[in-house]
Design a binder for this molecule. Structure first.
Ligand SMILES: NC(=O)C1=CN([C@@H]2O[C@H](COP(=O)(O)OP(=O)(O)OC[C@H]3O[C@@H](n4cnc5c(N)ncnc54)[C@H](O)[C@@H]3O)[C@@H](O)[C@H]2O)C=CC1
Ligand SMILES: O=C(O)C1=N[C@H](C(=O)O)C[C@H](O)C1
Length: 273
């Protein structure tokens, strides 16, 4: 029997960090090896289980990621772009699995994650849930079937008031899926903001609309708007455990892979859809 996979949670006291600590605690096949926070964070020196609402589990939150990574099998990272870039270099150095859920990353950051995949097994996705990844396959099919002359594509999202990046990683993932279905590059066709006298909609563009408020975990819709009819493909996240479970699945999947840069579609066997 294989040993339980030893996982480090970085960003341990964040919303996702706490959800991950709880899920790892109850899951079979994984064990929490270490919990890491940024230097100066209030959680440093506290018990990770206490922070996640489990009661003490004997893992003290540290600000030394490399020491944690060197004796671990993988790291799960829902933090911030600059932190994830730093962790990617350390995970490559330690030759471990790096699951990255962080959103709002720049093209330059993405290039660094891909480079880290030469030594680490990196899995990155703007959304780790099964539902959103399946939705992206449906969006790609719909965008392919419905031509740009007759059908306009708009991506809508709403998140909690604490979210710092926009459009969400999921909205961009769904926009990418729509663009792939149309055989175009999202970067050349996206309209991320509209304000003032914008003129009529440009045919073939993919628009984004962002809402923020309250405690919404994550709602996404892709609207395909035709003459006299609308098709709406939607996903509503009701609980952060869907992302934490997906991240754990990704870590276990990546454990026996060769170094590389993978997506959640690879993990779920949907990459050729
Ligand atoms: N891909 C997915 O399925 C999902 C992605 N996310 C993304 O995950 C990220 C985190 O989201 P939340 O947990 O809601 O944010 P949060 O702000 O609650 O947590 C982030 C944590 O990372 C910590 N952190 C920042 N820099 C660090 C460093 N250098 N070392 C260690 N820890 C560091 C912060 O102190 C904080 O505790 C965001 O980018 C969010 O968009 C969130 C949910 C699902
Ligand atoms: O910040 C969040 O909360 C979420 N971020 C991800 C995103 O940017 O799409 C995934 C999920 O929607 C929650």
């Amino acid at each position: 029997m294989t040993d339980a996979m030893k996982l480090v949670v970085v960003g341990a006291s964040g919303r996702m960090g706490q959800a991950l600590i709880r899920i790892i605690h109850e899951a079979e096949g994984t064990v929490l090896h270490a919990a890491v926070e940024r230097p100066g964070a209030a959680a440093i020196g506290r018990d990770a289980g206490e922070i996640a609402g489990l009661g003490p589990i004997g893992i003290t939150v540290t600000d030394d990621p490399l020491a944690a990574f060197l004796a671990a099998d993988g790291v799960i990272d829902f933090t911030a772009p600059a932190a994830s870039v730093e962790f990617a270099a350390l995970a490559a150095q330690a030759r471990i699995v790096h699951v990255i859920g962080t959103t709002g990353c720049s093209p330059d950051d993405e290039a660094k994650f891909e480079a880290a995949g030469r030594h680490a097994r990196v899995v990155k996705s703007g959304n780790m849930s099964l539902g959103v990844n399946l939705l992206s396959v449906l969006v790609k099919q719909a965008a392919k079937a419905l031509d740009a002359a007759g059908w306009d594509i708009e991506v809508l999202e709403m998140h909690h008031k604490h979210k710092v990046d926009a459009p969400s990683g999921t909205a961009l993932l769904l926009g990418d899926a729509a663009a792939a279905g149309r055989g175009i590059d999202l970067a050349d066709h996206s309209v991320r903001v509209r304000d003032g006298h914008t003129g009529p909609r440009e045919q073939g563009s993919i628009g984004f609309a962002t809402l923020r408020g309250g405690s919404v975990v994550g709602d996404h819709s892709v609207v395909l708007a035709g003459e006299g009819e609308l098709i709406t493909l939607s996903h509503n996240a009701l609980d952060r455990t869907i992302f934490a479970r997906g991240a754990l699945k990704a870590a276990l999947w990546a454990r026996d892979r060769k170094p590389g840069y993978y997506s959640m579609l690879d993990v779920l066997g949907l990459s050729s859809s």
